[in-house]
Ligand binder design. Structure first.
Ligand code: ADP
Ligand code: MG
Length: 676
């Protein structure tokens, strides 16, 4: 085992107790410790003259003790010691509470260093409990930039600093990237960079070190993903579906004509399925572009080839919808479809699981939580996840382990800007549906204030009288004392009172599965005019006759979410409307509404979303299952990522298996990552 992978117990000063505390911080190995970076820094390097001290500024000064300390005892068990110091420009007072030893610590005329936040009251300058030292550097860190770590009870910052210094003794063991790359991109040696990020000398030197580490991290990640993808190509223990298409037959049974984009994507999928490499394909298509039918055909091909297929959806409502539509679309074929969700009766669930195992069920539809459970397949050939952005890479991997390398198809409507897509979906091939079914009209989107609410619902009523249906989405289920927001219950009540002739129902996550299912079926069958709902209908729900989406307190929702919600309408031939209600005039909310009004294009929306969220936000990458980055931050480091991606492509062209000597180290790093 490499030394860096050994337990921190091997370090000086770390015993059983400290080890378990450090474990709480996620630090197990020496490498973890070295890569435990500061969350902030305290600059005790900035020396000023006392006369220049500003209120609340963190500064250090060099001064002489001016007079004998004074001590007050305002109460029993409490002492206050004041020491006056001067530096030739002015005098400052140091105040210490209950630190009696300070009384005799210094002599008049001693030169000392002081660091802390000053209070300025009129002409009086005062430091409360500052850091004081007779010399520079040392444990107090005066004269240095000091790292501040995220801590846990029982470990102090200075203690952690000490441990990290111990760990850093092994920093030369860290594997570095090739010197050619370091030169080309002006990077530091990795071990040097890591040391600097813990103990920087100045800002410039810190930034270079930080960017070096971010570059390394992103390069390792991107390379690993691409190598994984390459490896799949050559792995031969995969299912090979017979080279036979059922597309003509399938098409003839459809109510509509597939778009060219849909046909192209289906062909890409068939080719993958028939090849001896495992399919790992992402189908990306904006809301309403018609992804489901592609899944249906892929499942049909799977069953016709003698295998089982499974399709996961992120919500129960969507799982039930898929179940119902698959039953309909595949009615004329002799195919057994099973539904697996948490709300089933125990006996029913048990029977379904048995039938999956025996092969009596051909297609399983369900929520991921359920499918992840211990179900076994008879002959699993294809795994589909709908709304992939709701799942992580790990979940995908878990399912893929169910059979003998089944083919994998993932579908998402949430477009991710290209650079990020390479990270998030780096190991996937991508098919894009870039065409909407014919006859769709651009959804008209309006931002409105609450004073026009009545007019809006009158308009909704008019549309309903013309045969349409509407969704109203609220941020809460019931009214809350804390937040003054619209709730499903109150809006439902209000609309029922004001529009007596309309059929209005509620839908939210607190209802049980059967109730939710019943409401959705009745909505689809046009027995309900207005569905007042929470965001449980955010993804996937498909009722083409509905043409109005009213979003109450729209400021509560993010841009991507608003786009998804809007995608519930505009799925048929009718002119559709999305109305974003808000009283909120914050800049971000106004900006979001502007973007929503300007474009229906999910790609543009997601690019803007990224811009608006700005640096610091994690862009849900964790939820996407991207391995944790210790220091690199996306989207903040997008410019580094772009460089890395070009470099990665070049490396893959030059030496796809990293066999040449100069990639020795890199290969070791990447192999280790892939194995994890
Ligand atoms: P999404 O891509 O958002 O999952 P769906 O697959 O739910 O979209 O499709 C949206 C609606 O469009 C559905 O009602 C579906 O029946 C319909 N649809 C899909 N493809 C076509 C097509 N080629 N022509 C007309 N309607 C289509
Ligand atoms: Mg869908």
């Amino acid at each position: 085992m490499e030394i860096l992978d050994k337990s921190i117990r091997n370090l000086k000063g770390i015993g059983e107790k400290k080890e378990s505390l450090l474990n709480n911080l996620g630090i197990k190995t020496i490498k973890d410790l070295i890569y435990y970076f500061p969350v902030n820094y305290e600059n005790r390097k900035k020396f000023v003259n006392i006369v220049d001290i500003r209120e609340d500024e963190l500064v250090s000064i060099r001064a002489r003790v001016k007079s004998k300390p004074s001590i007050y005892r305002p109460r029993r068990n409490m002492s206050i010691i004041k020491i006056a110091v001067e530096d030739g420009t002015d005098t400052a007072y140091l105040t210490f509470f209950n630190q009696n030893y300070r009384f005799n610590q210094f002599n008049i005329g001693d030169e000392i260093y002081i660091s802390g936040k000053a209070k300025v009251r009129g002409l009086l300058k005062e430091f409360n409990s500052p850091i004081v030292s007779k010399k520079l550097g040392g444990n107090t860190g005066i004269g240095k930039i000091n790292p501040i770590y995220s801590l846990t009870k029982g470990i102090s910052n200075s203690e952690l600093k000490k441990f990290i210094k111990e760990g850093l003794k092994y920093r030369e063991e860290i594997k570095d990237i090739p010197i050619e790359i370091k030169r080309e991109y002006d990077l530091l040696d990795i071990d040097k960079a890591i040391e600097i990020v813990h103990f920087p000398e100045d800002r410039e030197n810190y930034i270079k070190a930080r960017n070096t580490i971010a570059f390394n991290e992103l390069l390792e990640l991107q390379l690993s993903l691409l190598i994984l993808k390459n490896r799949r190509i050559t792995n031969s223990a995969n299912i090979v579906f017979p080279n036979r298409s059922y597309l003509e037959e399938f098409k003839s049974g459809l109510e509509f004509k597939l778009t060219n984009a849909q046909i192209r994507v289906i062909e890409e999928i068939e080719k993958d399925m028939e090849s001896d490499r495992q399919m790992n394909r992402l189908v990306q298509g904006d809301v309403g572009s018609g992804k489901t039918i592609i899944a249906v055909y892929s499942l049909l091909k799977t069953i016709k080839s003698g295998y089982q297929g499974v399709m996961m959806a992120p919500t129960e409502i969507l799982a039930r919808q898929h179940y119902n539509s698959l039953k309909r679309e595949l009615e004329k074929y002799d195919i057994e479809i099973g539904l697996l969700i948490s709300n089933l009766k125990a006996s029913e669930k048990k029977r379904t699981i048995e039938n999956i195992k025996s092969g009596d069920i051909d297609i399983v539809i369900g929520t991921h939580a359920v499918i992840e459970d211990d179900i076994e397949f008879y002959r699993l050939g294809l795994v589909i996840t709908d709304e992939q952005h709701r799942f992580g890479v790990n979940q995908r991997a878990k399912l893929s382990n169910k059979g003998r390398n089944p083919d994998i198809l993932v579908m998402t409507a949430t477009p991710i800007p290209r650079t990020l897509a390479l990270i998030v979906y780096g190991d996937l091939d991508i098919s894009i549906i870039d065409e909407m079914p014919p006859g769709r009209k651009e959804i008209k989107t309006y931002g409105r204030r609450y004073n026009s609410r009545r007019d809006i619902y009158d308009f909704v009523q008019k549309q309903i009288k013309n045969g349409r249906q509407a969704y109203v989405v609220c941020p809460l289920v019931e009214d809350s004392d804390i937040m003054n927001l619209k709730s499903v219950e109150s809006v439902y009540k209000e609309l029922k009172e004001n529009y007596k002739s309309l059929r209005i129902e509620m839908l939210h996550g607190r209802m049980n599965g059967v109730e939710k299912d019943d409401i959705m079926i009745r909505f689809k069958d046009r027995e309900i005019d207005i569905l007042v709902s929470t965001t449980v209908i955010e993804v996937g729900v498909d009722v083409p006759n509905a043409n109005i989406m009213v979003i109450e307190n729209s400021e509560r929702f993010g841009l991507a979410q608003l786009h998804q919600l809007r995608g519930r309408v505009g799925r048929g031939k009718y002119q559709s409307y999305c109305i974003l209600l808000t009283e909120n005039r914050s800049q971000i909310s106004t900006e979001r509404i502007k973007i929503m009004q300007k474009t229906n294009d999910g790609f543009i929306v997601s690019e803007k979303d990224l811009e608006l969220r700005g640096p610091g936000e994690f862009f849900g990458l964790r939820q996407h299952g991207v391995p944790e980055l210790k220091l690199a931050k996306l989207p903040r480091d997008l410019n580094i990522l772009s460089k890395v991606q070009i470099l990665t492509m070049d490396i893959m062209k030059e030496d796809p298996y990293l066999n040449s000597k100069k990639y020795n180290r890199l290969k070791e790093i990447v192999n280790k990552k892939i194995l994890l």
